[in-house]
Design a binder for this molecule. Structure first.
Ligand code: AMP
Length: 278
């Protein structure tokens, strides 16, 4: 696997592949890789002969009080995992490569960027849309692969790709979970042993809401019960449990068509998110 940090070197590599007619699949990540990320790499390998994984902890999607400075990192471990997964190229740029001096563009989004994560982390999706658009261009990606773990993010990325006519496809991979149901996440590293046990309640609460919705409960009832279960399980704050339409992220008061039940809650200082199809 090649490891590249420089934009010109990356361009030379991608142009070489393109001149051979080889398509490029991209897996954008913030590193500290786990089996969820590696499932994206495996999917990328099915989609294109060349796979680029990026590791970049993107400062434009973090608010000043958030965990940018302490986000977990293990580049040597990540490299070993990507080598074993058959990734062709790791692009691990520094901030000035992604946002060079004089960089002047920002992205403001409505639609799927509003509500839920967009309410609780107002800066995030503009930053996600910006870094993804930039990485798609830098990597000359024909297809990019994202995890359903961050389902609202998938909706945002699809929207920005459509709105800006970006010449690539967006593919998704279902959430990879620990045997007890907890969605794998780099931020799970923040949990202590007790927190790790309590954390399974998030998935369980969303399963409960999904079952209640399927049985005909209103979104208010089903999501309210899930929030109560989270508090009982020791979550100190529930940012939201909500039902959305799968198709367009619109609100539904009941399960009228395929939907997604999403939740975000705090265990101590650790914020966890998850979602399920319903
Ligand atoms: P991150 O490094 O957390 O920014 O995630 C990079 C990509 O991996 C995003 O598309 C995530 O949705 C995806 N991802 C993270 N955790 C999981 C998981 N447990 N299962 C599937 N995809 C995941």
């Amino acid at each position: 696997m090649r490891i590249i940090r420089d934009a010109a070197e990356l361009r030379a590599a991608t142009q070489g592949w393109k001149s051979q007619g080889e398509r490029i699949a991209l897996v954008p990540t913030m590193g500290y890789l786990h089996d969820g990320h590696l499932a994206l790499v495996a999917r990328a390998r099915q989609l294109a002969p060349r796979v680029i994984t990026t590791i970049f902890v993107n400062p434009t999607q973090f608010a000043p009080h958030e965990d940018l400075g302490r986000y977990p990192r293990d580049e040597a471990g990540d490299i070993a995992k990507l080598e074993a997964a058959g990734c062709d190229l790791l692009f691990a740029p520094g901030v000035p490569t992604v946002y060079p001096p004089g960089f002047a563009t920002s992205i403001t989004m409505r639609g799927p960027a509003e509500g839920l994560e967009g309410t609780h982390r107002p800066q995030m999706f503009g930053g996600v849309a910006l870094v993804c658009t930039r990485l798609f261009g830098l990597c000359a990606a024909d297809v990019a692969v994202f995890g359903e773990k961050d389902w609202q993010q998938v909706m945002v990325v699809r929207q920005v790709a459509r709105d800006l006519a970006l010449p690539l496809e967006i593919e998704t991979v279902p959430t990879i979970r620990a045997p007890d149901g907890l969605a794998l996440s780099s931020r799970n590293a923040y949990l202590d042993a007790a927190g790790r046990q309590q954390a399974t309640a998030l998935h369980a609460a969303l399963e409960h809401a999904a079952a209640r919705l399927r049985a005909g409960a209103t979104a208010a009832e089903a999501c309210g019960e899930a929030e109560a279960r989270l508090r009982e399980a020791g979550f100190r704050q529930v940012d939201y449990v909500a039902l959305r339409r799968a198709r367009d992220f619109g609100e539904m008061t009941r399960l009228e068509e395929a939907g997604r039940v999403l939740g975000a809650a705090w265990l101590g200082q650790v914020r966890l998110i998850d979602n399920l199809p319903v």
